[in-house]
Design a protein around this ligand. Structure first.
Ligand SMILES: Cc1cc2nc3c(=O)[nH]c(=O)nc-3n(C[C@H](O)[C@H](O)[C@H](O)COP(=O)(O)OP(=O)(O)OC[C@H]3O[C@@H](n4cnc5c(N)ncnc54)[C@H](O)[C@@H]3O)c2cc1C
Length: 479
């Protein structure tokens, strides 16, 4: 192993440092598990946030927990920052190396280790994709509930990192409600187990802390997740309204009435048009806002729940109510919704905000969002998990125009402040990452932040794990 490496050296030393580190990592990993040529590092320089780019020093792709532990031990010994990475679909810059760092990618740890149907759990490696879990138990009549729109690509390790949600989380909860245990490598290479197949492990709820840790408390290598029995039936229904405010008020009233459908998703007019042009899902184009409400259960249960929802929607002058008639139609309706971000990317550059608000504030926040974006001379498409109050304004701009990009960022920040001021928070599911780090002070007092950073320091005293994310940089321990 090499001698200690100073990370305070000037940038001119980066190549030499990389060569040094790669030589050392070669002792720990076989060549196919190490990426270090500049050209091959390019895919790892950013994630779905794309606003920042920085090449990692090297990328380690371990195959086992023992290999993760060996790389972590090495990096910790020489004070090398480490950025854990799943599929790199983070929308807040969570997986971008913002300093000279080694990226540890979990893509080779992609095995389903155990399906335990009697106990309704699966044990999987961290690099398994979200959809893969559901697909592997579908024939037995089960599924894994959290369903981010990126589920084809994103990994369970990334889902845990961001406490990810999805369209069907209104009823079943987000990742934290469906995670039972993890195996995790700490910054010094120690391997720990939190939780397991049994419910409610004794002691502090460290599993709750790890869910949403944004790669700062350790590297998750295995997860034990809850499996849910598929319902007898499920039916998405389209509700079209004249305006966004009416749709927002309808959502608030449905939840206030104690009705919990599986999903309530919202699209405004620009989002309907964008998604319809892409997916041909059959969305009505003569409405100003659309709700996709999914109910499930027996036919009688679905009919009864729908009757109550339709009654509430009528109070908000619903224009269209269309029940889905077939499995093909249902699949198309969800395809349209789940491809919203990709479909938007076909027509413009966009940044996707991720604030959450109390449902009673939905209408107000939608109206103010339109005013804010208008003030900056930009356009917005809203498509989001309305039942959870988790808003995703997609602010459209031209990335080739730096002034337009600055306006989009300013509008996004104003919208997030609006969410906080309305009693909500900066992120529903995409995490803080780089994107919202400097807004954390708008949400939290210094004392709140200090306590969160103390919890972080208990796991990673030197801030080696994903160091530039989540917390204002001044909180970093002195080098
Ligand atoms: C088109 C599109 C649609 C999306 N839709 C949704 C949605 O509906 N709901 C939603 O919640 N999100 C959504 N996202 C955001 C993103 O997919 C999620 O945040 C996802 O969980 C990230 O998973 P990943 O494997 O890509 O992780 P990455 O992006 O690679 O990493 C995410 C974070 O987790 C950390 N991390 C990754 N793996 C590990 C590990 N094994 N151990 C410790 N830390 C780790 C990283 O350091 C980083 O901080 C969407 C993204 C896109 C591009």
């Amino acid at each position: 192993m090499s001698d200690a490496i100073s990370f305070l050296s000037p940038r001119a030393d980066v190549l030499a440092r990389r060569a040094h580190i790669v030589a050392d990592l070669t002792d720990l990993l076989p060549p196919e598990c190490l990426v270090h040529e500049a050209r091959e590092l390019v895919p790892f320089e950013t994630d779905a946030f794309v606003s920042y780019r920085r090449l990692p020093l090297a990328v380690a792709l371990p195959r086992t927990t023992a290999e993760v532990s060996a790389v972590m031990r090495y990096c910790n010994r020489y004070g090398i920052p480490v950025v854990p990475r799943g599929a790199g679909t983070s929308l807040s810059g969570g997986a971008i190396p913002q300093e000279d760092a080694v990226v540890i990618g979990l893509s080779k740890m992609n095995s389903i280790l155990e399906i335990d149907l009697p106990n309704r759990v699966a044990v999987v490696q961290a690099g398994v994709t979200n959809l893969n879990i559901s697909e592997s138990v579908s024939a037995d009549g089960f599924f894994y509930a959290p369903d981010p729109s990126s589920q084809l690509a994103c990994t369970i390790g990334g889902n845990i990192g961001m406490n990810s949600g999805g369209a069907h989380c209104l009823k079943y909860g987000v990742t934290t409600n469906n995670l039972l245990g993890v195996r995790m490598v700490l910054v010094d290479g120690t391997v720990i187990e939190l939780g397991g197949k049994a419910l409610d492990a004794a002691g502090y709820d460290l599993l709750g802390l790890v869910c949403g840790h944004e790669g700062q408390l350790g590297i998750v290598t295995e997860a034990t997740v809850r499996l849910i029995a598929k319902p007898e039936g499920a039916r998405p229904v389209l509700f079209g309204f004249e305006a966004s405010e009416e749709a927002g008020a309808c959502v608030a009233d449905v939840i206030a009435a104690g009705i919990v459908p599986v999903a309530i998703e919202f699209m405004d007019k620009p989002a309907i048009e964008i998604c319809e042009a892409f997916a041909h899902a059959g969305y009505p184009l003569d409405v100003g806002a659309l709700l996709i409400v999914e109910v499930e259960g027996s036919e009688a249960e679905m009919d009864a729940t729908l009757k109550d929802i339709v009654e509430i929607a009528r109070r908000h002058a619903v224009k269209t109510v269309r029940e889905c008639q077939s499995a093909t139609e249902a699949a198309l309706i969800w395809k349209g919704r789940k491809s919203a971000f990709g479909a938007t990317g076909r027509i413009a550059d966009y940044i996707c905000m991720d604030g959450t608000v109390p449902l009673s504030q939905l209408s107000h926040v939608l109206k103010r969002t339109a005013e804010i974006v208008d003030h900056y001379g930009l356009r917005v498409a809203n498509v989001f998990h309305a039942g959870d109050g988790n808003m995703h304004p997609l602010i459209l701009f031209n990335a080739n125009d730096p002034e337009d990009a600055a306006r989009a960022e300013a509008a996004g920040n104003d919208i997030l402040r609006l969410c906080v001021d309305a009693g909500g928070c900066l992120t529903g599911e995409h995490g803080v990452g780089i994107e919202k780090r400097d807004l954390m002070r708008h949400q939290y007092s210094e004392a709140d932040l200090a306590q969160q950073m103390a919890a972080r320091a208990a796991f990673d005293p030197g801030w080696l794990l994903n160091p530039s994310k989540v917390f204002p940089l001044e909180g970093r321990p002195a080098a």
